[in-house]
Design a binder for this molecule. Sequence first.
Ligand code: MG
Length: 310
Amino acid sequence: MARMAAPNASDTKIFTGLKQIAETRHYKAWLLDQFGVLHDGKKPYPGAISTLENLAACGAKMIIISNSSRRALTTLDKLKTLGFDPSLFIGAITSGELTYQHLQRRDDPWFQMLGKTCIHMTWSDRGAISLEGLGLQVVENVEKAEFVLVHGTEALGLSSGDSVSKNLGELEKILEQCAAKGIPMVVANPDFVTVEARELRIMPGTLAAKYEKLGGEVKWMGKPHEIIYKEAMAMAGVEASDSIAVGDSLHHDIKGANASGIESAFITCGIHSSELGLNGFGELADVASVRALASKYDAYPSYVLPSFTW
Ligand SMILES: [Mg+2]
């Protein structure tokens, strides 16, 4: 059984950069969150690119683990357009990729039972998600649907392959009908919100949480669920004790690492920055505030850092 990482808040160590952690060479695999850690969706955070290079120079095997609803290659391409060198990573695993693989392979009993006809919630402005190769039939009528597939929070997929913009309230109305019918949901991005150029956006996890409240069954395909950590460790060929996860969300990144028996580094400049009373990049969080927030989320990082810097 994997040992619990940093079981209580008083074990947490506060550092100003990753150098001290990396130079111990204790961790062979680094499972890195992207949004809120490496970049804000529009540009890299200061020092992120050189920090990755320094980590690589220390022999770290780096894998992006992301709750993005897009497939892994899209994530690596996006990182490239933002100025990151994709060859520094041994790969990327996204919620979208896990969802795609499980819907295609259907090699576990839960996915075997799932039908092929679905209500599809997706993106519009941010670009629709392709379901090509999955043999799914998208329907608009809940009565005909066997499950709900949630990739985004902006639009409803149409049987024609197009989609129509819907607001959150409209999507929630459809979910009420789905819950009443008792069909399961697959959520291809368990995030509740994301930081995008300093703004918080509502993500699919918010719809999934609503669905559970309505009594619906949800298959969460990403952090904080073990499924994505197991996949990442398999990719790197390492054990939990040789791994460290880095992320800015206590609920997703740190709780997920705790549950998987992996040590973790909490980056405070991301999604929790305002809760921690931080205004500027690189500002150090107050220890008591970090501990209080960690208890609130029941998620305990091994290390706390202001940003992903060396
Ligand atoms: Mg993040």
